[in-house]
Design a protein around this ligand. Structure first.
Ligand code: GLN
Length: 448
């Protein structure tokens, strides 16, 4: 822990960490030592970890990358961070992210940019950009992330890491600051599939009293199938993931990884996910709708920021929210309230929910032909910081390959697939059927 704290401090310009508290970290380490001395060594005894700043923690402040929560200290601990601590992990601190996890480049954080360690003029991806930057620069051996529409997979791909979003409901959302509750899932980001498997085994499990959407499926040992052979495994390659905006360098790296899987005994199967394009409008209707509701709690009364000058209650709400939220968050609250409002609900929100179901059905049909789906994570390698400033839509469109699995609640991961333009990392995305995390991790591990 001391090694990583020192490294993190030596690399503050990378912008990966938002909060550290050496006393708390070392106290956690000593508590693990005491457990070891008492003959009760937990499985991940003493392994440091850092958390995306959307998990509430009692030892560290939690901001969700927003000015709205500046200085906020939670009175309780999120289930995911608690479970990792119970498994012996020692928390190094909190990691930068897009504001309320809304973004793809860590550019919407109110606390500055996290940089990509492979080329610091580029973004590390987002929204779990600080998590990716920290692990890639070895400022933490592993980190937590959250994925609503790709925020574990895309930054993992951009920083040459392995990251997995489990099946919706595997990990408890208790204490994870909500963006879009029907999509949000926690997961690990690390150097290898094996490390991800170790963390995921510790993170998952039912939490019925605290998250009613957590699945009633017992925690699993996700390392158990890592070494299984891939002979005869059918890997579905959706044609819609290889058209349009996919850059040549990314395609070449992904094709290389697919060829590698064939050499390992897997069989490639052509499949179709015909509604892939629709995942973008569907996601950018449903997620802002849920966000507009979730973010209504930030009213200046209960948490964090409150405007200092106001005339009455309504004025206090307005000024607090105008000052506390950044542009992207405001854009999504406005979009969300619009699509939910009377007269527009049927045309937008209801329609999006119907297509969401069709996208999930398309994926189930695909899984009749294959065991795992593979393709790119993102159409390009990490872009330069600031390159999309005036055009939020450009980043929305780049979520095309990650959104389908999110909308269907399927497990999906990113595994390093080689390098593209400028020597930047490329990720291979693997999507599994419900609860098939072990199989995804197996495929990723064999590839490594
Ligand atoms: N880029 C997507 C968005 O901006 C995904 C974010 C996420 O998964 N948290 O909403």
């Amino acid at each position: 822990a001391q090694h990583f704290l020192a490294r993190a401090k030596a690399h503050t310009p990378l912008g990966a960490y938002l909060a550290m508290n050496d006393d708390a970290t070392l106290a956690q380490a000593r508590a693990v030592d005491a457990r070891i001395a008492a003959g009760d060594a937990p499985p991940l005894a003493g392994v440091p970890v850092a958390h995306k700043d959307v998990f509430v923690t009692t030892d560290f402040p939690t901001t969700a990358g927003s000015k709205m929560l500046a200085g906020y200290r939670s009175p309780f601990e999120s289930t995911v961070t608690r479970k990792l601590a119970e498994s012996g992990m020692v928390c190094l601190g909190k990691l930068n992210c897009d504001e309320f996890a809304m973004g793809s480049a860590n550019e919407t954080s109110a606390y500055g940019q996290a940089h990509n360690p492979w080329d610091t003029s580029r973004t590390p991806g987002g929204s779990s950009g600080g998590s990716a930057a920290a692990v890639a620069a070895r400022l933490a051996p592993a980190a937590t992330g959250t994925d609503t529409g790709g925020s574990i997979r895309q930054p993992s791909a951009f920083c040459n890491l392995t990251g997995i979003k489990p099946t919706y409901g595997r990990a408890s959302r208790y204490g994870m600051i909500a963006y879009a509750s029907s999509l949000d899932q926690a997961g690990p980001m690390a150097r290898t599939a094996e490390d991800c498997a170790l963390l995921l085994s510790a993170m998952c499990g039912p939490d019925p009293d605290r998250d009613s959407t957590s699945l009633d499926v017992p925690a699993e040992d996700f390392t158990r199938a890592l070494n299984e052979r891939l002979d005869g495994l059918r890997i579905g390659v959706p044609k819609e993931f290889f058209t349009g905006g996919l850059a040549d360098d990314v395609r070449t790296a992904v094709d290389g990884a697919l060829a590698e899987l064939q050499k390992l005994g897997a069989q490639l199967v052509d499949i179709s996910l015909p509604r892939t394009q629709l995942s973008i409008p569907v996601y950018y209707i449903i997620s802002p709708a849920e966000a507009s509701s979730n973010l209504s709690r930030f009213d200046g009364v209960r948490y964090g920021h409150r405007a200092s000058h106001y005339t009455d209650l309504i004025d206090m709400y307005c000024k607090t929210r105008a000052e506390g939220f950044g542009d992207e968050v405001k854009r999504r609250i406005i979009t969300g309230t619009y699509v939910l409002s009377h007269g527009y609900y049927d045309a937008y929100y209801l329609q999006a929910q119907k297509i969401r179901r069709m996208i999930a059905d398309d994926l189930q049909r695909a899984f009749q032909q294959c065991d795992v789906i593979a393709g790119p994570v993102a159409p390009t390698v990490a872009r330069g910081i600031g390159a999309c400033c005036d055009d939020p839509l450009a980043d929305y469109l780049a979520d095309i390959y990650t959104l389908s699995a999110s909308l269907a609640g399927l497990p999906a991961m990113s595994v390093p697939a080689g390098f593209g333009a400028g020597g930047m990392p490329v990720g291979l995305q693997l999507i599994g059927n419900y609860l098939q995390e072990s199989r995804l991790l197996n495929v990723a591990h064999r590839l490594q």
